[in-house]
Design a protein around this ligand. Structure first.
Ligand code: AOF
Ligand code: ZN
Length: 331
């Protein structure tokens, strides 16, 4: 296959990295690398999992001696050597293989690398190029890694499942189920893609959720923000299906400290599932980066059982300026 432009080659490196499951490499980033010579791909690869080779040595192994004089396209700056590293330096490996030009999308936000990988290559005589139009792609590919490295805390995603009239539960507190099977399956897949999932003690006491991926993939680390009330030892969050950490944190400062501790444990992405007290605490502290809101076409105000609440059978959805209008006859 022949690729014409730098942008096409780098886009291909991104495609390779995106094929890797978001949690496979965590807490390391997903990285893709394409080696091109004379307009042809001579080797390519991705970092497939934590503890496995980085993207660059995978591509270099495929290219062999042909790597001499080639251009490397990488989704992120190749790593420089630093103490405590598990893998050999990719910048050095590229230089040793005689790669003469390195095109990457972004610098490595790891302060132990942060430009030193590219500097090593330049000292070895290679040309280095950064294509800034790919910076956003690089950050989106590794939200958790960037957040941990730059801010010392995870990327925080607020997840809510609400009725059309904005309720997370029926009048008596019953919340099983507001959304349907497909939305719940999507939440399980989400859990499998993220490093950790957090709920408050209210949710543990009221719903007793397992907080697992329910077979959709690897279970996330479970995090409970506890209040003064003791948590039942037999709660499902404490079963053997995944590790669980408990923080006693309700103030903004304590929340920040809990997030810092999670980042130190390698948690890059955190799904905050609620309930409403926890959502409010995170929002008040300005600690939410992304929202994922499921809206069920039912009206829960006054309902005792969410499964029997009045529902819009065929909802019509219109976008009005910034707002949504959802209309339909109740059944
Ligand atoms: C690359 N290519 O594919 C990845 C990189 O402990 P180590 O040796 O595995 O190094 C981890 C660091 O390497 C990680 O924090 C990040 O800075 C970089 N990740 N670098 O050149 C890759 N995954
Ligand atoms: Zn590396």
């Amino acid at each position: 296959m022949s690729l014409a432009t730098d942008r096409e080659c780098l886009a291909r490196a991104f495609a390779l990295a995106r094929r890797v499951h978001p949690r496979a490499t965590s807490p390391n980033p997903r990285v893709g690398c394409v080696l091109v010579k004379g307009g042809r791909i001579i080797g390519e690869g991705a970092h497939l999992g934590y503890g496995q080779p980085h993207a660059e040595p995978v591509a270099l192994a495929r290219a062999g001696a042909r790597a001499q004089g080639a251009t490397a396209f990488i989704t992120m700056e190749p790593c420089a050597p630093f103490p405590g590293k598990r893998n050999p330096s990719c910048a050095k490996a590229l230089a040793d293989a005689g790669v003469s030009r390195v095109v990457c999308a972004a610098l490595d936000p790891n302060p132990k690398v942060a430009g030193r990988g590219l500097a090593l290559l330049r000292r070895a005589g290679a040309k280095t190029v950064r294509l800034p139009e790919f910076q956003t792609d690089a950050e989106e590919l590794n939200r958790g890694f960037y957040s941990r490295m730059r801010r010392g805390r995870p990327w925080v995603i607020l997840k809510a499942a609400l009725s059309l009239d904005g309720r997370a539960a029926a009048a008596n507190g019953k919340s099983r189920w507001v959304t349907g099977q497909a939305a719940r399956a999507a939440v399980h897949r989400m859990r499998a893609e993220l490093d950790a999932i957090l709920v408050g003690s209210g949710t543990v006491l009221k719903d007793n959720p397992a907080l697992t991926a329910h077979g959709a993939g690897r279970n996330p680390l479970r995090v409970v923000l506890a209040g003064r009330r003791p948590l039942p030892r037999r709660a499902r969050v404490f079963d053997a299906s995944a590790p669980t950490v408990v923080y006693r944190a309700r103030t903004s400062a304590a929340l920040r400290a809990a997030l810092q501790d999670l980042a130190r444990r390698g948690v890059g992405t955190l799904l905050v599932e609620g309930g409403p007290t926890i959502h409010a605490a995170f929002l008040r502290a300005g600690l939410v980066d992304e929202a994922r809101v499921f809206l069920a076409p039912k009206l829960l105000s006054g309902a005792l059982d969410p499964n029997a609440a009045p529902k819009i059978k065929t909802p019509r959805v219109a976008r009005l300026g910034e707002d949504w209008l959802i209309t339909g006859v109740l059944s």
